[in-house]
Design a binder for this molecule. Structure first.
Ligand code: TMO
Length: 548
């Protein structure tokens, strides 16, 4: 290539680059098209994301869409984004559309996913299928018979979600593992039918196995996934295998249309930053499936409670929010729910033991238990204590290191603190009998490690912060108020803040842009679709490297 041509070619790239940047200050006023599917977190998340786009000044339109076919629609530009690409269910459709062009991998959420068959944890505790959660427990006919329903032809029933999610791969799995003579798969018409099944099984004290997923509202309710032979690439029939494997612990991705990235560069850039944690999604689903809010109200509530997250994503605040870090905190307080339920039972065992040992009267025992179990009627709760205790294995009696903890944690921190920077850190201590203590500062979680915590904040003015500690039994401390005086040392401030703000970074690179504008006049009138496409890709890479 001669230098002459090379210069021309280069200028062409610059032309596109500048057009994009100029438009990047105002996204197209055509609506961003967001798909809605048939499970709650996705629909609430759609309205959450739509709400954020609207806060940026965009128009938004929602379309109900099939959760497999949507990737082809995104590729073709009819749908702008998908914000819940679950690896196990949709990874293949996503990859296929992406390899054909037009669909961008817009990054992963902080949450990791599992889509799997499982049981409400009480089924394991009641031993309706001894050996669960290991899948080999299902080989036992005595287990299967506890899961028979009127429509299952004498076999144990497994209730799958709508067939549009995974086609036949659960029936194939049963067959591959030699379970199909004892078990049969039925498809629920909707996610709601799965939750109705959980409720009905509980009410009638009968076995149930359903398809479920995490993040979901059931994370906080005690739900255990069955442990199958591990997943490996190629084990599914679609990939040439027999299907004798469980689902992968997978990613949760975002997908965007290349067309959307071009027409709405601001929204696209923000979308790449969006990152939900397990708890974000669990809450979105719980607002609807547990608290019975509408999807729209649930989204409004999430947006209200998580303003610090999305305002950071759209560059409206300098106070950094790190979803990966938040995910770790969430895992501490959320994934442990199953352990927590077991611990709660330990607590019941402990009350029983105290009653047996004569430390509690029967009515004291009943009252304590009703508090722990959060039930209103306490009468009779300690009637069968002897039998129950006798059945428990020995080691469960070993009392926890502490007596029952009904005391709230105690926070130690100075009441008035002077700092000399708008970005500041203050330390404190928190004491409690239980091993896990959670701290909330202005409603946001802060990590406690070995009884110590560090609060990192940004405030340009004096402020009062409210700290509350909660232990694993839900005992809450009274709010502790700390007065922070910001005593700025004149000169440092501006320098310190700058790197945090993406819009400032953008302004800095504008120097280069002025010098490159030259290309525009010459090439404006030579439209060429192929080039535009290629240039958009360059632009995308450039944005990634330079602006983000
Ligand atoms: C795709 N889903 C969350 C229903 O497993």
């Amino acid at each position: 290539m001669s230098n002459f041509i090379r210069i021309f070619y280069f200028s062409m790239l610059i032309l596109i680059f500048n057009l994009n940047l100029n438009y990047s200050y105002s996204d197209s006023n055509r609506p961003i098209v967001i798909p809605t599917h048939n499970w709650s977190s996705q629909v609430v998340g759609a309205y959450v994301i739509g709400g954020i786009f609207e806060a940026m000044g965009n128009k938004v339109e929602y379309v109900p869409a099939d959760s497999q076919a949507v990737y082809e629609s995104i590729r073709q530009g009819d749908v702008s984004i998908s914000h819940e690409v679950w690896q196990s269910a949709f990874g293949k459709s996503f990859d296929k559309a992406r390899s054909r062009g037009g669909l961008i991998d817009a990054g992963d959420h902080a949450a990791v996913t599992l889509e799997e068959l499982g049981v409400p944890t009480w089924i394991i505790e009641k031993k309706l299928c001894p050996g669960l959660p290991d899948w080999t427990a299902l080989k036992n006919p005595d287990c299967a018979k506890n899961f028979v329903t009127p429509d299952s032809g004498g076999k144990g029933r497994i209730l799958e979600g709508p067939q549009s999610w995974h086609g036949d791969f659960f029936p194939q799995r049963l067959q591959a593992l030699g379970l199909d003579h004892l078990w049969t798969v039925k498809f629920a018409r909707s996610a709601d039918a799965l939750w109705a099944e959980l409720q009905d099984a509980k009410r009638n004290n009968r076995g149930t196995i359903i398809f479920n997923w995490t993040p979901n509202w059931t994370d906080a309710e005690g739900f255990t996934m069955i442990k199958w032979p591990p997943y490996y690439d190629g084990c599914r029939p679609d990939d040439g295998g027999s299907g004798a494997c469980g689902s992968p612990t997978g990613y949760l991705k975002k997908a965007a249309s290349e067309k959307f990235a071009r027409t709405h560069p601001n929204a696209f850039r923000a979308f790449q930053k969006f990152s939900f944690t397990t708890k974000d999604m669990g809450r979105m689903a719980a607002y609807v499936d547990k608290e019975k809010m509408t999807h729209e109200d649930a989204a409004r509530k999430w947006l209200r409670k998580n303003k610090h997250k999305w305002e950071y994503w759209i560059g409206r605040t300098d106070v950094a929010y790190n979803a990966i870090e938040q995910q770790k905190i969430d895992e501490d307080s959320f994934y442990t729910t199953t352990t927590k339920i077991v611990k709660k039972n330990n607590k019941v065992v402990e009350i029983d033991k105290m009653y047996l040992d004569g430390y509690l009267t029967k009515s004291e025992c009943e009252k304590l238990k009703s508090t722990v179990l959060k039930v209103k009627n306490s009468i009779g709760l300690c009637d069968d204590v002897k039998i129950k205790v006798a059945q428990k294995p020995k080691k469960e009696f070993t009392p926890d290191s502490t007596a029952i903890d009904n005391d709230p944690p105690v926070i130690t921190i100075a009441q008035n603190i002077k700092v000399n920077d708008t970005d500041y850190e203050v330390e404190g201590k928190v004491e409690d009998k239980s091993e896990k203590v959670f701290l909330e500062v202005e409603g946001r979680p802060v990590k406690v490690k070995n009884g110590k915590f560090i609060i990192r904040r940004y405030s340009p003015v004096d402020e009062q912060i409210k700290i509350v500690a909660i232990d694993q039994w839900g005992n809450r401390s009274k709010p502790k108020l700390v007065n922070i005086t910001i005593d700025i040392q004149e000169t440092i401030v501006v320098e310190k803040l700058e790197p945090l703000n993406p819009t400032i970074l953008k302004n800095k690179s504008s120097n280069n842009r002025v010098a490159l504008i030259l290309g525009i006049e010459n090439y404006k009138k030579s439209p060429n679709a192929n080039f535009a496409n290629l240039d958009a890709k360059y632009f995308y890479e450039y944005v990634k490297k330079v602006l983000v």
